[in-house]
Ligand binder design. Sequence first.
Ligand SMILES: CC(C)(COP(=O)(O)OP(=O)(O)OC[C@H]1O[C@@H](n2cnc3c(N)ncnc32)[C@H](O)[C@@H]1OP(=O)(O)O)[C@@H](O)C(=O)NCCC(=O)NCCS
Length: 283
Amino acid sequence: MLNLKFSHNAHIQFRPIRPSDLEVLEKLHADMFPIRYESEFFQNVVNGRDIISWGAVDCNQPNGQDDELIGFVTARIVLAKDSEIEDFLRYDSARSNHTLVYILTLGVAEGYRNLGIASSLIHEVIKYASTIPTCRAVYLHVISYNNPAIYLYKKMSFRCIRRLPAFYFINSQHYDAYLFIYYMSGGRSPCSPIVGVASVKDKMRESRLRWFGHVKRRSIDAPVRRCERLAMESLRRGRGRPKKYRGEVIIHDMALLQFTEDMTLDRRVWRSRNKVEVSSLRF
Ligand SMILES: CC(C)(COP(=O)(O)OP(=O)(O)OC[C@H]1O[C@@H](n2cnc3c(N)ncnc32)[C@H](O)[C@@H]1OP(=O)(O)O)[C@@H](O)C(=O)NCCC(=O)NCCS
């Protein structure tokens, strides 16, 4: 039980989610997430079919609903070799029967936030994962603008491994996601050449696009843009020249990240969307 700084002396307890939680669980998800979950997902959660879960309840609720969910976390066990993060694990972890715990959803009702409830729920997941001998990591995705959640995962020693452009498609709009991993013993790759190369590539792309944004925001007469025109005028390729011109590489970079040229006009947006997390290089 937690000791909370809360107006009515809440007493929070954690327990598995069960069938009687179905309605409240659906409502909490609908209130908190921009994504709609299938009813099959909720059925699987409350019946523990392929999904593990914990709920938080306030035993001291003023309305007497002392068993009603005010927070939840849902997760699934996946095989490391089938997961998208196998490159971020030790070589042998990804090759054998090792497993991972993937956090599907996490949420705390608004009136109960910043009281440490989500931290405790994640702690339950980590504790559970550490009892599985084959488990090498707990991981999850978070939408790039969800600062409270990002702060929380960093605080709980999850490592932000990568920014995934346009990972979510919500209401006809793309949003990036961060991939966070909490390594269990022996799960972390001590030095993965694959990750190292990929990250340096990301950083080089970031630098190219930062320069491109800088150039595009200058006036058409600025010296830097005259160079751009000179480059376009001398289009003939000689022997031994690089296979691609810088402009071609930038077009490819922009297509990859689904950037458009008019985005360069807002420096703040351009730089934040283009940013590659430094933590992804720490391997
Ligand atoms: C993200 C969420 C689960 C956090 O739940 P919570 O119970 O408030 O989390 P905790 O109290 O355990 O920890 C929150 C930490 O984040 C910090 N935090 C809260 N809001 C913040 C914000 N806007 N910016 C930065 N940090 C913030 C708190 O200060 C706290 O850190 P501290 O212990 O150092 O003070 C909750 O905000 C939520 O349910 N959001 C909607 C659903 C959601 O986004 N889920 C995550 C999907 S990936």
